[in-house]
Design a protein around this ligand. Sequence first.
Ligand code: HEC
Ligand code: HEC
Ligand code: HEC
Ligand code: HEC
Ligand code: HEC
Length: 393
Amino acid sequence: MTTHGRISKILAAALLSGGVSAGALMLASGLHAQTPAPAAAPAEPAAPAAIPGMVPATQVPFHADWAASPHAKRDAEEFNHWNKEGVIPVECARCHSTPGFLDYLGADGSTPGKVDHPAVIGTVITCIACHNDKAVALTTVTFPSGVKVENQGTNTRCMTCHQGVESTGSVNKALAGIADDTVAPKLDFINVHYTAAGAMLFGSVAQVGYQYPGKSYAGRFAHQEPYTRCTACHVTHTLAVKVDDCKACHKEVSDKASLHAIRTDKIDRDGNGDINEGVGQEIDHLKVKLLAAIAEYAKSVAGKPIVYTPEVYPYFFNDLNGNGVADKDEAKFPNRYKSWTPRLMKAAYNYQFVYKDPGAFAHNGNYAAQLLLDSLADLGAKVKVDIANAKRP
Ligand code: HEC
Ligand code: HEC
Ligand code: HEC
Ligand code: HEC
Ligand code: HEC
């Protein structure tokens, strides 16, 4: 069977299984109409198929894997955030819906490389999002910095969504003309967005972390081949990390939690004197140090105490009672932090980039550590930070 025939068959089955919404159904039938009729599937005597030529979901390759993955999680905030508005805006649709991704690719007949229309609500990331002629042909990823990276094969798809939405350039632009320690009440927190794994993996090539001028940064994580690609470390359709593969080379790994203990070098990134703890653990320690420095700077230089919570947008709030905890009445949008100085913003931006990528230590531990350490050093011009023994990788 041709690839197209197979994918049409797969799609048909996904539709049958209820795996796609009405919106995607319309889109999918649109695509069917544009492609030559697929070869009829062989009769399936045991199949409950009500429509001729369709196969049940259980016979579709990888259907069960995909259905159990976050990409199919119909009730996730990522797929329901726009329900009240009724459509997903152009700037969000690419990564949060199947029709938006098809629009971005140009697989719906529109201009490739941009989203032309808001997308219908109610879809997840279905087979057809990643399996259509345009997605298969996609080999160049364009990061939010504008940097293009070619020849990324099947994983280009992953990085087209897992790349963040801001960059060194966009942060510099937002902060241009404001002195380092001047509070600019117009500024709101610049949020890089979430699990920007592709950007982390490519480090200074992608320039999505805030890179301080005059410093050099790690490029693409130079891991052992072939474990440099998304789908070498993650199972393509469940997205789970292939923990058993890691075990083969990293003796400290027994289960998923122990991945944080992986280490192969002797660089004391957090400066605590322990060169046996994992890179993941060192990054966790650096995050704690950076958050403490952010809080100290906000109080003593910006003049307003700050508090962080990963749960509530836009994450940084005024710590009204100064207890260091984001209390319920504090973690509310109207109480969002509004006393940003450029120095504070850069540090907070990098903190969020690393915090919101739980795989940062494996995607590019050195880049993550450099961003955290440089943010600490920059805040260190104004407040006391404890990085005297830390070794920048
Ligand atoms: C370049 C791709 C991309 C774009 C554009 C994008 N997002 Fe996301 N968004 C993601 C990814 C990837 C995640 C995280 C998925 C994960 O790992 O859970 C995410 C997560 C979210 C979440 C869940 C946050 C959380 O803490 O759980 C919200 C809400 C969200 N995005 C809103 C938006 C909005 C609103 C827009 C448009 C203004 C937007 N996104 C544009 C890729 C994108
Ligand atoms: C998020 C993107 C994504 C989604 C969603 C997705 N796939 Fe895939 N799939 C891939 C990638 C990428 C590959 C190529 C192999 C690799 O890189 O691991 C692949 C490979 C395959 C293959 C192996 C043959 C080939 O064409 O390369 C089949 C069959 C397949 N997928 C079917 C499905 C089906 C059926 C669904 C829905 C139930 C689905 N996929 C959903 C990304 C996706
Ligand atoms: C069309 C955009 C898009 C594409 C393409 C895409 N993702 Fe995702 N990915 C998302 C969104 C949105 C979520 C959040 C879904 C959720 O929280 O249920 C997500 C979730 C994930 C998660 C789980 C994150 C978590 O917080 O648990 C992993 C891992 C992941 N994707 C890896 C991949 C890989 C690997 C590929 C390529 C094979 C890929 N993604 C392709 C948008 C995309
Ligand atoms: C060297 C192996 C490796 C590579 C390459 C890799 N990842 Fe990861 N990824 C991991 C590990 C390990 C974790 C952390 C899992 C954990 O502890 O929860 C992770 C976590 C993630 C998460 C967050 C999952 C969660 O539970 O919140 C996403 C999303 C993700 N990776 C996407 C990608 C994408 C997209 C690519 C390709 C651009 C990629 N990864 C490349 C190993 C890798
Ligand atoms: C075939 C062997 C091999 C496999 C499999 C492998 N790695 Fe590695 N890994 C290495 C080698 C060699 C290094 C050190 C040199 C380098 O960075 O390439 C390393 C380095 C690392 C580092 C950085 C450690 C440090 O001290 O800087 C992390 C994190 C890591 N690997 C995570 C993973 C994860 C997660 C997996 C499983 C998804 C994995 N590795 C699978 C060989 C492997």
